[in-house]
Design a protein around this ligand. Structure first.
Ligand code: PMP
Length: 412
């Protein structure tokens, strides 16, 4: 896998041509390969543990984990068995299976700020439901949102304004993540109409260095919500269970009122959750949110098994250790070749950016060289490690990084 090969993407290209006919734009949303540098495959045929294969049989050590969900690695045997067993009995009925209660109990046991839970499908369902609960609980409209933070693709939060009308976002007030003055100013602007503040676990906006939250900033957000009787919402969709299995702000000693989870909770099976503290149980019981597939039992079985494994095995320790090994190795290689890079955020969710690379030409070339060596990196979105990644994967990756970084040092 680690020898250089120019990637054959013949089957992928043929399928892309067909897709252009039957799918608008060939592919929509964040999984459109048109957003990536050329040479990336659009389609994949199989995956196992830390590896993913494209349609042309090229195998990659993957550092995206399906944009996060596969925290235990692809096709985890125990999770898949739990799903298959449940599917034989019932997946989707006129009401949920008993697993919904087991899962709500499990997640409230695990997550510090969870006294209750309800489930949906996507992260956007969960973040949007958090806003609805906040407005129901407070009877107010305004929500404070950090500029550039991603909370999903509903009209209130999609980063692309096409098709969105002013009214969809007219009750949002924006501030800078980690900036106390800006947060306070936004809260002041909301005045007596402040329903809530929504924050990602840390600043993981694309195309810029990641930033962990400052304790003082989180404390201020908590304080504003307490003083104004508004709701503090943690959007833990992306970081959930990778920073801390008890909730991403557990170590900061900041308790959110509502938390949105998705991605990692079902190891790739579709599920999201809204969890909250007792104070907001009543409001959560009064709103109307639902979806035809929100209660399918196979996802609940996947999640129960995933969370049980996370409870038993210190996944965070494993991915942090490997993430650090990767980060230290990449820093050393960049130093050796005199290339200036920045690596930011938690090592288990790596992001590597190049200095003076506003147009991402260096970053794009770098990931293309890695791809040619069988390593799947992302040039500007944070990446993800999983329990299935091994020290050997990191060694193989660092060999490829050595090759790619050398090329960058010679070409730029
Ligand atoms: N919030 C955050 C922080 C996310 O990273 C994402 C997905 N990338 C979402 C919400 C939306 O989740 P989904 O794509 O499942 O709707």
């Amino acid at each position: 896998m680690n020898k250089q090969h120019s990637i054959n993407l013949k089957n992928d290209l043929l399928l892309r041509q067909r897709a252009e006919t039957f799918i608008p734009g060939g592919m929509w949303g964040h999984m459109s390969v048109k957003k990536l540098p050329s040479g990336y495959p659009q389609f994949f045929s199989k995956a196992k543990k830390s590896r993913i294969w494209d349609l042309d049989g090229n195998c990659y050590i993957d550092f995206m984990c399906g944009y996060g969900p596969n925290i235990l690695g692809y096709n985890n045997v125990e999770v898949d068995e739990a799903v298959n067993e449940q599917r034989k009995k019932l997946d989707l009925g006129n009401g949920p299976s008993a697993l919904v209660v087991d899962l709500a109990e499990k997640i409230t046991t695990l997550v510090d700020s969870a006294d209750w839970a309800l489930f949906a499908k996507n992260g956007t369902d969960a973040t949007t439901t958090c806003l609805t609960i906040s407005r129901a609980a407070t009877g107010r409209k305004k929500i404070l949102v950090a500029k550039g933070s991603y909370h999903g693709s509903a009209p209130w939060c999609t980063p692309v304004a096409t098709g969105v009308v002013e009214e969809d976002t007219s009750n949002l007030i924006f501030f800078e993540y980690n900036n106390l003055i800006s947060l306070q100013a936004a809260a002041q602007e909301a005045g007596s109409d402040l329903a809530g503040i929504i924050l990602t676990a840390f600043r993981h906006d694309v195309r810029r260095d990641q930033e962990l939250p400052e304790k003082g900033f989180l404390k201020k957000a908590r304080e504003i919500c307490d003083t104004k009787k508004a709701v503090l919402i943690l959007d833990d969709v992306r970081a959930g269970f990778r920073l801390n299995r008890n909730g991403s702000w557990f170590d900061y000693d900041i308790k959110p009122d509502l938390t949105a989870f998705s991605k990692a909770i079902g190891n790739g099976y579709p599920l999201s959750a809204v969890v909250g503290v007792d104070k907001f149980r009543q409001a959560a019981s009064e709103i109307y949110v639902t979806g035809s597939f929100w209660c399918n039992a196979s996802s609940m079985a996947a999640s129960l098994k995933t969370l049980s494994i996370i409870e038993e095995i210190d996944v965070v320790a494993h991915i942090s250790l490997l993430g650090n090994k990767l980060r230290i190795g990449i820093d050393q290689i960049a130093n050796n070749f005199g290339v200036n890079i920045s690596q930011s955020g938690p090592p288990q969710m790596p992001l590597i950016l190049f200095e003076n690379d506003n147009d991402f030409s260096k970053g794009s070339k770098f990931v293309q060289y890695l791809l040619s060596k069988g390593i799947y990196f992302h040039p500007w979105h944070n990446m993800f490690l999983s329990l299935a990644h091994t020290a050997e994967d990191i060694d193989l990756t660092l060999d490829a990084v050595d090759f790619a970084m050398k090329k960058i040092s010679l070409e730029f």
